[in-house]
Design a binder for this molecule. Structure first.
Ligand SMILES: Nc1ncnc2c1ncn2[C@@H]1O[C@H](COP(=O)(O)OP(=O)(O)OP(=O)(O)O)[C@@H](O)[C@H]1O
Length: 367
C-alpha cells in the first residue's frame, strides 16, 4: 500500500477502498463515502424539503451508519428534513432486546426522536411466541411480512412522509441474484428500484443502494459508531445465505461485481407479457395487498387458529381467497389489528395539529 493518500496526496493512506481499490486516508474515506451517499440522494431526488423521514433503526451496522450519515448530510447540505428513528421490536430475546438498547443510545448520541413499535403490541404475537408455535423453519416468513407492515404502522403513528432503510449494495445484488435464480421476474423489476411508493403509501428508499457492505463496516469502525453486531438467533434465511456466499466469491475476484449486478438488474426490462400483480387494499386491515386479504392477516389467522402453515407455501393465493369476507376467529392472546384507515386518520390529525393557522381539511385524504 502506498504511504500517501491517493486522493489528498498529503495524509498517510491507512485503508484500501473495497469499492475502488484506492489507498486513502481516513478523512478522505469519510468524505468520499458521505459524498457518494449524498449524490445518490440528490440524483434520485429522494427527499423534499420539510419531509418527515424515519430511519428504520435496528441497531445493526447498516442502519446505525445510515442514521449517522443522514444526520450529517441533513446538516451539511441543509436538506431541511425532520429525522426520526423508527424501530420494530420483533420480540426476540437475546437479540432484538439487546440491539434496541443500542438504538436507545443512538437516540441520545444523535439527538433524534425514537419510536419503538412491537409485534406484541401490534399483532399480539412476539417472534419468540411464534417460533414456539411454528418452530424454526419458516419463521423468517412471519418476521419479514410483519416487519414490513410494522414499519408502515410506525410511520403512520409518527406521520412520516418517508422511511429509509440500511439496505446496501450487497443486499440489492443478492436480491437480484435470488430473483433471477427463482425466476421471479415481477420481483426482479421491483427490487432494483431505489425508492418505492405504492399509491398513497409511505415512500421507502435505500440511500445505501450503491454503498458496499465492507465500506459500511469500515465507516462504522473508523467513526467508532456504537452498533450491535450479533446475528439473529432464529437462523438466517438459508437461500439468501447461498446468494451471499456466491456474491462474496465474485467480489473477491472482481470487486466491481456488486455494482455490475445492480446495473445489470436496472437495465433488464420486464417483458410486457409478464403479468405483474395488481395492488389492492386488504379487506381486513386496509394494508396494500395483491390479494383480497394481505399476507400478514393470513399468517395471523393461521397462528390464532393453531394452523400456522396457513399462508406459507404455494397455496397462498387460494388461502387468501378462502379467507376473504370471513372474520378471523381470535384466540384470547390476540389483539385486534388496527385498521390502516384509522392510522391514516391519526396521521392526518397530527399533521393538522402541527400546522398553525392553516386551512387544511382533516377529513380529506392526503392533507
Ligand atoms: N427491527 C427493525 N427495526 C427497524 N428497522 C429495521 C429492523 N430490522 C431491519 N430494519 C431495517 O431494514 C434494513 C435491512 O435489514 P436487515 O435485516 O437486512 O439487516 P442488516 O442488513 O443486518 O441491517 P442492520 O445492519 O441495519 O441491522 C436495516 O438496515 C434497517 O434499516
Amino acid at each position: 500500500m502506498p504511504r500517501v493518500c491517493e486522493i489528498c496526496q498529503g495524509a498517510k493512506a491507512i485503508l484500501r477502498r473495497p469499492k475502488t481499490g484506492q489507498s486513502i486516508c481516513k478523512e478522505c474515506f469519510f468524505r468520499v463515502f458521505e459524498t457518494e451517499v449524498h449524490n445518490t440522494i440528490v440524483d434520485n431526488k429522494l427527499f423534499r424539503r420539510g419531509d418527515r423521514v424515519g430511519i428504520g433503526a435496528s441497531g445493526g451496522k447498516d442502519s446505525t451508519v445510515l442514521a449517522y450519515v443522514m444526520k450529517t448530510l441533513n446538516e451539511r447540505y441543509d436538506y431541511g428534513l425532520d429525522l426520526f428513528l423508527l424501530s420494530v421490536d420483533e420480540g426476540i430475546s437475546g437479540y432484538r432486546d439487546d440491539s434496541l438498547e443500542t438504538v436507545k443510545r443512538n437516540k441520545e448520541q444523535y439527538e433524534l426522536p425514537l419510536l419503538i413499535v412491537s409485534y406484541e403490541q401490534l399483532y399480539g404475537w412476539s417472534m419468540d411466541a411464534i417460533v414456539e408455535t411454528v418452530g424454526r423453519k419458516n419463521n423468517c416468513t412471519f418476521c419479514g411480512v410483519f416487519r414490513r407492515q410494522a414499519l408502515d404502522r410506525g410511520a403512520l403513528m409518527l406521520d412520516l412522509d418517508h422511511i429509509v432503510t440500511g439496505h446496501n449494495a450487497d443486499d440489492v445484488a443478492e436480491t437480484i441474484l435470488m430473483n433471477i435464480f427463482r425466476g421471479d421476474i415481477p420481483r426482479l423489476g421491483r427490487c432494483t428500484e431505489i425508492a418505492t411508493s405504492g399509491d398513497g403509501y409511505i415512500t421507502r428508499s435505500k440511500p445505501f443502494k450503491y454503498a458496499y457492505e465492507k465500506e459500511i463496516v469500515m465507516y462504522a469502525y473508523f467513526r467508532k459508531l456504537d452498533y450491535f453486531s450479533t446475528e439473529c438467533t432464529y437462523s438466517p434465511n438459508a437461500y439468501r445465505g447461498y446468494a451471499r456466499e456466491f456474491l462474496k466469491d465474485l467480489e473477491a475476484v472482481r470487486p466491481s461485481a456488486i455494482l455490475d449486478i445492480i446495473h445489470s438488474g436496472e437495465a433488464m426490462q420486464v417483458a410486457s407479457e409478464v403479468k405483474l400483480p395488481s395492488q389492492t387494499s386488504c379487506e381486513r386491515c386496509g394494508y396494500i395487498s395483491s390479494n383480497r386479504v394481505c399476507k400478514a392477516c393470513v399468517l395471523l389467522e393461521g397462528l390464532e387458529r393453531g394452523v400456522p402453515q396457513l399462508g406459507i407455501g404455494k397455496s397462498v393465493k387460494k388461502t387468501q381467497d378462502l379467507l376473504a369476507g370471513r372474520t378471523a376467529t381470535r384466540s384470547g392472546r390476540a389483539v385486534d389489528v388496527v385498521h390502516f384507515d384509522k392510522l391514516r386518520k391519526h396521521a392526518q390529525e397530527m399533521r393538522h395539529e402541527r400546522c398553525t393557522g392553516c386551512t387544511c381539511d382533516t377529513s380529506a385524504p392526503g392533507t
